[in-house]
Design a protein around this ligand. Structure first.
Ligand code: KET
Length: 398
């Protein structure tokens, strides 16, 4: 029955985490997966989330099924977080938000929905992007193409080439965009570039699909929602999948959402209905505990500012690690340009290290990063940043 099954090569990110965990070297450094670790190298439990969970447990409530679209309070909070409370699109009933199983669940529900309702469309992702984007959309039956994005020569965005490619796409093409903290490069569009991109999206009648997995890790909760809000303000129809895995440090709880911002309330109702059906036939309904965490943290007058301050502290610690790594590398490998560590945003930096150099870092120095050369800066701390810089300098020296 199953003899013909091809072995699964494993996911490049999760496989590396397994290899890291199995590595007996005590000084090993994990810069592989996009997870925020604290100064002690631990996965933090945010006090705001802890307080929310204490309240949830104290209430000792029953555990019914949630509806297919998820918890109402959670969905309301998410829409307000993304667009800003009282945004006209919300007031007009043009936003259909569903709570999903992580933002991965949201991306996938959206992909299946779009394959049903825009079956001829093709998907365009940035070159490069998170590997799972391609896998997810191909898994839903789409042809996935790449538009120019990262410019290795300048460390910036090939913005003109990106626009030229998007201008030539058939109408109703699906364009996946990282709303902030681009994974894997850490290189984002500026506000001015978003403003220049929006008319192209509109004129070509493209469907933007935003992925917002790192809200708060770039410049701040509000600033990192610039793209989400600019598209809404411009009256575009688009999707946005957002995650709380990183921003609330609740990876395994699978807290995420998918929102469709539509032209009319009637369209939003149609989209919501079909999103519900899509959920029903995949996993029926999302998780109750995830909904309660998100609704409490975002909706409570005491917990919300706590969480926002905790997010600031995570962002600032990453920024301090960028500065520390940069300073050490400049000292150890003079004449090379490491300015990208300071200009790139969010959890990731794209080092330009080759796959061979990445292998050497892992094998000779127990420093783990994925073979594209992406490092998760949030895995650095004052205890391992110098070692990491020394290892990188040695590998760069040949
Ligand atoms: N989108 C992006 C851009 C992203 O980097 C991740 C996770 C997700 C969505 C998924 O988030 P969630 O809400 O937990 O389903 N990225 C890291 C972990 C992973 O690969 O799953 C990573 O790139 O390391």
């Amino acid at each position: 029955m199953f003899e013909h099954i091809q072995p699964y090569a494993g996911d490049p990110i999760f496989a590396l985490v397994d290899a890291f965990n199995a590595d007996p070297r005590p000084h090993k450094v994990n810069l592989s997966i996009g997870i925020y670790f604290d100064e002690q190298g631990r996965l933090p439990v945010l006090p705001s989330v802890q307080a929310a969970e204490a309240r949830i447990l104290a209430a000792a409530g029953p555990k019914p099924y949630l509806p297919m679209e998820g918890d109402a309070a959670c969905r309301t909070q998410v829409a307000a977080l993304l667009l800003g409370a009282g945004h006209p699109a919300i007031a007009a009933g043009r936003v259909a938000t569903i709570q999903t199983v992580g933002s991965s669940g949201g991306l996938k529900v959206g992909a299946d929905f779009l394959k049903t309702w825009l079956p001829e469309a093709q998907v365009w992702v940035s070159d490069p992007t998170w590997d799972n984007h391609r896998a997810m959309f191909e898994g839903s039956g789409f042809v996935v193409n790449a538009y120019p994005y990262y410019d290795a020569a300048t460390g910036g965005v090939r913005f003109d080439d990106m626009l030229t490619t998007l201008r030539a796409l058939p109408r109703r093409s699906i364009v996946l965009l990282h709303a902030c903290c681009h994974n894997p490069t850490g290189v984002d569009l500026s506000a001015a570039q978003w403003d220049a991109l929006i008319p192209v999206l509109r004129e070509r009648e493209l469907l933007p699909y935003l992925d917002l997995a790192y809200q708060g890790f770039g410049d701040g909760i509000e600033q990192d929602a610039y793209a989400v809000r600019a598209l809404a303000d411009a009256g575009l129809t688009y999707f946005v999948a957002n995650s709380f895995s990183k921003s609330m440090s609740v990876y395994g709880e699978r807290c995420g959402a998918l929102s469709a911002i539509c032209a009319t309330a009637a369209e939003a109702a149609l989209v919501l209905g079909q999103l519900r059906f899509t959920v029903r036939r995949i996993y029926s309904s999302p998780a109750l505990h995830a909904a309660k965490i998100v609704a409490h943290v975002l909706g409570d007058a005491d917990l919300r500012p706590m969480w926002e301050a905790e997010l600031v502290a995570m962002r600032e610690r990453i920024a301090a690690m960028r500065v520390a790594l940069h300073a050490r590398l400049v000292a150890l490998a003079p004449g090379r340009d490491f300015g990208y560590f300071l200009s790139q945003r969010g959890m990731f930096s794209y080092t330009g290290l080759s796959a061979d150099q990445v292998d050497r870092l892992r094998e000779e120095h127990a420093v783990y990063l994925i073979r594209s050369g992406r490092i998760c800066v949030a895995g650095l701390n004052t205890g391992n940043v110098n070692r990491t810089a020394e290892a990188m300098a040695k590998v760069l020296a040949g």
